[in-house]
Ligand binder design. Structure first.
Ligand code: NOJ
Length: 751
């Protein structure tokens, strides 16, 4: 690869490479505002005037990888047929900025070699992928991991995922998904952190930090992409891709903050969402992508469309044809087009005809080049492409151990009557019954491109490590399952959703346990045997009958590579459950969207019996069966001694203390939560909002003081003028084990 071949002298290339390295070594945080604004290294900047319009458009054209069918094809609608050879040809002609969901280092090596040897300007390619919850080591689905209420865990799994991804030639992940999801019908809530803004912000930031590690240029870092901008989780009726009509206040209070947190943590890219926003599709929305994102927040990074998001402006009834769609998306602020090819096809002509300013094209190209520089690709286009490293860095014992730890810490115990759990390790016979008790399926969960159930460990395999005699019955024949149950001392029922029931385009009209499995649980419950229900799910479910009443009930989600071992760790008490619901489990599907931080209404039903003409459903209070934040441990936690540093908050922060005591017989970790309610405000405020949480691990009999600090900024909301505001007056507060538990309640006044 000599300098001549690159089209620039080798000396200039090396000098440029050094400059690029220095440029990209700046911390991710600084990069945030600098990508696209800070001058590029001179050698890279010098490329721009040399590029043809077609080459510029090529830098904005990202396609699903075609190598061996490309993993992307199974997770997205079929695209225009493209062969690997065609893509190599496009690379040579400078028509492709990179590909996504490709197939590892070998593919990347071949494509990158083509780019840096045989294209005119030798601009390196960018390799992207949906690394949502691990690559080949699969971690719990993000919603499950959010249940850990432990951002540091999310940081660690994202780091491990990035190491595997970067070892496979991947530079850029389409993650984290930071959409607040309050409608459990929507299938994609599984990819995010649930209904709460604080938890969503903390998880967003932690995942970005984990993906990007010590800095984007590091060979084991991948660039993060906060998605989907914005309010994609608020589609009407929970229907995927559906229209969204929420107020600007709701955007600012609920849907924007996790994106702001991701950017503050250094995410250099963002993906525009598929949905329209009060009539203007996000992908063609200049208010969103320019006024708010660029001008108000100062975001200097790259905006990429979702998969054919630009082309879909036609189906939205917003653009008249592909050319119009490209123009509208591009002028609105979408820099890079994913999969439609429309930018490549139309931008050169749009610029030539004066319909798109050349300056806008250069600006978008500059952002792409800045990202490639930041990722260190101009310094060494092969820094993440090493087939040898790919072999040694995948599914290491350390990452598999982390998957097991993360799995156990994601399991939420909703009930444990009479301390049925943990199960005895000997002396009792256990029957594992239900479709998810064994069989190596539905373990890794939705939206995983590279992992397989084949490489994951199922429940029966893990349980038999401890109890080799545990019996297994898939529950398909209820009479036989009843006989299996009768022959055992304790029944463990593994039921719930399959992994295709959540994820993209998998909205459900009823968020219930499938009927045949409900019938199975009813039949087993009727035997009178003690039973434990393990709920496999990618969303909140409305539980009824013998499932809702199960003596022991665990939400086990989809835990990934170490699904079975993680569940067994909880079942046998090697690990005490410590996770909490990141989404409210309502009483019925008809309550959805149900979330704890709702407003009061003018006619709230007081605690207790349902009253006439109050806000409740026929026969159902407007509350959760299992609220956000709920989750039990193997300890017995008691909260006492609420103390506030002052009854009034002025400019000094308020300190709030309480004591937590473990009166149980096992060491356990409690997630203590702080909620507030602004009693009277010029804009009505939610009945409760979580402001802080902390994890406390207590041995039997131990007690610990927990301390929270509230500042004036914590009491801010989007005021009538749509600006952050705080208003003096009374606030209620609670230190509680869930969003709907009374816990310890107090009051203070903001001066
Ligand atoms: C569509 C999804 O909405 C998005 O999240 C994903 O990154 C792309 N497909 C690419 O696979």
């Amino acid at each position: 690869m000599d300098g001549q071949d690159r089209g620039i002298s080798r000396r200039a290339w090396l000098a440029g490479a050094g400059a690029a390295l220095a440029w990209s070594a700046s911390p991710a945080r600084a990069l945030l505002s600098l990508v696209g604004e800070r001058p590029l290294p001179a050698t890279v900047e010098a490329l721009i005037p040399r590029m043809t319009l077609a080459e510029k458009a090529g830098q904005l054209n990202l396609l699903a990888a075609a190598w061996a069918g490309g993993a992307a094809t199974s997770l997205n609608p079929a695209g225009a047929a493209s062969s690997f050879d065609t893509q190599l040809h496009m690379v040579r002609r400078g028509e492709l900025t990179g590909v996504f969901n490709g197939n590892g280092a070998e593919m990347a090596r071949r494509m990158q070699t083509e780019a840096v040897r045989r294209s005119r300007l030798k601009i390196p390619l960018l390799f992207a992928a949906d690394v949502i919850h691990g690559l080949r080591t699969v971690f719990p689905v993000p919603l499950a991991e959010a249940a850990s209420f432990d951002p540091d865990l999310a940081r660690r799994t994202a780091r491990a995922a990035a190491v595997e991804a970067a070892a496979s030639g991947i530079d850029w992940t389409f993650a984290p998904m930071v959409d607040i999801a309050r409608d459990a019908r929507w299938g994609r809530g599984v990819e995010g952190s649930g209904e709460d803004v604080l938890l969503g912000r903390l998880m967003a930031a932690a995942r970005v930090e984990g993906f990007q590690g010590s800095g984007l240029a590091a060979p084991d870092a991948v660039a993060a992409c906060a998605k989907h901008f914005v309010a994609y989780g608020a589609g009407e009726a929970g229907l995927d891709y559906n229209s969204v009509d929420v107020s600007e206040r709701t955007l600012r209070d609920i849907y924007f903050p996790p994106f702001q947190a991701a950017f503050a943590a250094g995410a250099p890219t963002v993906m525009a969402s598929f949905n329209d926003l009060s009539g203007i599709p996000a992908t063609g929305n200049p208010w969103l992508l320019d006024t708010v994102l660029r001008q108000e927040w100062g975001f200097g990074g790259l905006v990429v469309s979702d998969y054919t998001g630009d082309e879909e402006l036609i189906a939205h009834g917003f653009a008249k044809d592909g050319r119009d769609a490209a123009r509208l998306a591009f002028l609105a602020g979408v820099d890079m087009s994913m999969q439609s090819g429309l930018y490549l096809k139309y931008l050169p002509d749009l610029v030539e005809k004066g319909e798109v300013p050349l300056a806008r094209l250069d600006e978008a190209v500059r952002r792409v080049l800045a990202l490639k520089v930041a990722l260190g690709l101009f310094d060494d286009p092969f820094r993440r492409i090493d087939p040898a490293r790919e072999k040694t860095r995948i599914r290491t014992p350390q990452t598999l151990a982390l998957a097991r730890e993360a799995g156990a810490r994601s399991i939420v115990m909703l009930r444990n009557e009479g301390d049925l759990l943990p199960l005895p390790r000997s002396g009792k016979t256990i029957a594992l019954i239900g479709p998810f008790a064994g069989g190596g399926h539905d373990l890794i969960g939705p939206w995983n491109v590279y992992g397989t159930d084949r490489e994951a460990v199922d429940l029966v395999t893990a349980v038999r490590e401890t109890l080799p005699g545990a019996t297994l019955d898939d529950g398909s024949d209820v009479a036989r399952a009843v006989a299996t149950a009768r022959a055992a001392d304790i029944v463990v029922l593994a039921i719930g959703e399959t992994q295709t029931m959540s994820g993209e385009a998998q909205s459900r009209t009823e968020i219930t346990v499938p009927a045949e499995q409900q019938a199975l649980v009813e039949a087993i419950a009727a035997t009178g045997k003690p039973y434990v229900v393990l709920l496999r799910t990618g969303r909140a479910l409305a539980l009824t009958g013998a499932v809702a009443k199960a003596p022991a009930l665990l939400v086990t989600w989809f835990l990934g590579s170490q699904d079975g071992p993680a569940i067994a760790d909880i079942l046998f008490g090697a690990v005490s459950p410590s996770a909490r619901l990141p989404v409210s489990f309502p009483r019925a599907s008809g309550q959805v969207p149900y979330y704890y931080a709702h407003r009061s209404t003018g006619r709230p039903n007081p605690p207790g019996a349902l009253q006439p003409y109050k806000a409740h459903f026929r026969g159902h209070p407007n509350s959760a069966l299992f609220p956000f934040g709920h989750g039990l441990t193997y300890g017995k936690m008691v909260y006492s001694d609420l103390r506030l540093s002052s009854p009034t908050m002025g400019d000094t922060p308020l300190t709030i203390r309480a004591t937590v005591t473990n009166n149980g017989r096992m060491t356990a970790t409690e997630v203590v939560q702080l909620y507030i309610h602004d009693v009277v405000a010029s804009v009505t405020q939610p009945v409760r909002v979580m402001k802080a949480f902390t994890r406390v691990t207590l041995a039997p009999g131990a007690r610990q003081e927990v301390t929270f600090t509230l500042t004036r900024a914590d009491l801010s909301f989007t005021g009538r003028d749509l600006k952050p505001t705080t208003e003096p007056g009374a606030f209620r507060l609670w230190i509680a084990p869930s969003a709907e538990a009374e816990g310890l309640a107090g009051m203070f006044t903001l001066a």
